[in-house]
Design a protein around this ligand. Structure first.
Ligand code: HPA
Length: 274
C-alpha cells in the first residue's frame, strides 16, 4: 500500500478538481450536529464515496459528505460525518480526512462531538469547550513510520486544544448568553457505552467528558501543526450518573435540541478564528 501522504495527496488533488477554493478552516461535525453544514454558502458537496481513499461511515446520523464553501466570508471545509475506530477502521483511516484537510490548506480545525458527561455539574444539552484530553483508546494515530512531510516524529501536545481559540469561544459564548463550560475529554474505543465503574474511575483520572472520537483527529492535526478548537455537546449523563440506560436515539435528539445555540456560536466564531 502507498503511504498515507501519497494517498492524502491523491484525495486533495481530486477535491481540487471540483473546486478552486482553498479552505483555511476545517470543521468536523459530530453526532447530531451535522445540520451545521447547511451554513456553508455556495457549497461544493462531495460524497466521501467519491473521494479516493476516503473512509465511509456505517453509523446512522453520520451522513458522509465533505462540503467546501464559505461561512461568514471564511473559506471552509466541513466534514458532515466521520468514521470511528469502533466501526472497525484503522486509526490511519479514522484520521485520513483530517490529513486531507491539512493538505488542502486548513490552518485550524474545529472538532465537535457528542459526549457523555462525567462531570455532574454538566447537563444534557450543555456545550463544553475541550481543554485537554485523555486517550484511553490504547493506541495512537501517529503510530508507525513517521511521515515527515506531515510533521515530526515526536510532537508536543501541551497546548493541543488552543488556549487562544478557547478564549475566543468563551468570549463569544458570553456575548451571546450561551453557557459554555470547559472540560477534559476522555476517549474510549467503544462501541459499548461505559460501565458505571469505568465512569467512576475516569472521574478520578480527571475526566469531565467521555466519548468515542476526536482524540486521534486532534493528534494528527497537531502533528501537522493545525490549531484546534474542540467542542463537545453533552448528549447524556455518563453511565451510572443517573439511574437510567443510555441510548443512541437520545444522543441524536439532544443534538437537534441545541442546534440553534451551536450554530449561532460556531458561525460567529469562524471569522474570529480564521
Ligand atoms: N459514552 C461514550 N460516548 C458517548 C457517550 C457516552 O456516554 N455519549 C455520546 N457519546
Amino acid at each position: 500500500m502507498t503511504d498515507q501522504y501519497t494517498r492524502a495527496t491523491a484525495a486533495a488533488d481530486y477535491i481540487r478538481t471540483l473546486t478552486p477554493l482553498t479552505p483555511r478552516l476545517g470543521i468536523i461535525l459530530g453526532s447530531g450536529l451535522g445540520n451545521f453544514a447547511a451554513q456553508v454558502e455556495d457549497p461544493t458537496t462531495i460524497p466521501y464515496a467519491d473521494i479516493p481513499h476516503f473512509p465511509q461511515s456505517t453509523v446512522e446520523g453520520h451522513s458522509g459528505k465533505l462540503i467546501l464553501g464559505h461561512i461568514a466570508g471564511v473559506p471552509v471545509a466541513v466534514m458532515q460525518g466521520r468514521v470511528h475506530a469502533y466501526e472497525g477502521y484503522s486509526l490511519a483511516e479514522v484520521t485520513f480526512p483530517t490529513r486531507v484537510l491539512g493538505l488542502l490548506g486548513c490552518k485550524s480545525l474545529i472538532v465537535t462531538n457528542a459526549a457523555g458527561a462525567i462531570n455532574t455539574s454538566y447537563k444534557q444539552g450543555s456545550l463544553v469547550a475541550i481543554s485537554d484530553h485523555i486517550n484511553l483508546t490504547g493506541s495512537n494515530a501517529a503510530l508507525g513510520p513517521n511521515e515527515a512531510k506531515f510533521g515530526p516524529r515526536f510532537f508536543d501536545m501541551t497546548n493541543a486544544y488552543s488556549l487562544a481559540l478557547r478564549t475566543l469561544a468563551h468570549a463569544e459564548a458570553a456575548k451571546q448568553n450561551i453557557p459554555l463550560a470547559e472540560g477534559v475529554y476522555l476517549a474510549v474505543l467503544g462501541p459499548s457505552y461505559e460501565t458505571p465503574a469505568e465512569i467512576r474511575a475516569f472521574r478520578i483520572l480527571g475526566a469531565d467528558l467521555v466519548g468515542m472520537s476526536t482524540v486521534h483527529e486532534v493528534i494528527v492535526a497537531r502533528h501537522m501543526g493545525l490549531e484546534v478548537l474542540g467542542l463537545s455537546l453533552v448528549t447524556n449523563m455518563a453511565a451510572g450518573v443517573l439511574n437510567e440506560a443510555i441510548n443512541h436515539e437520545e444522543v441524536m435528539e439532544t443534538g437537534r435540541r441545541v442546534e440553534h445555540q451551536f450554530t449561532s456560536l460556531l458561525k460567529a466564531l469562524i471569522p474570529q478564528i480564521a
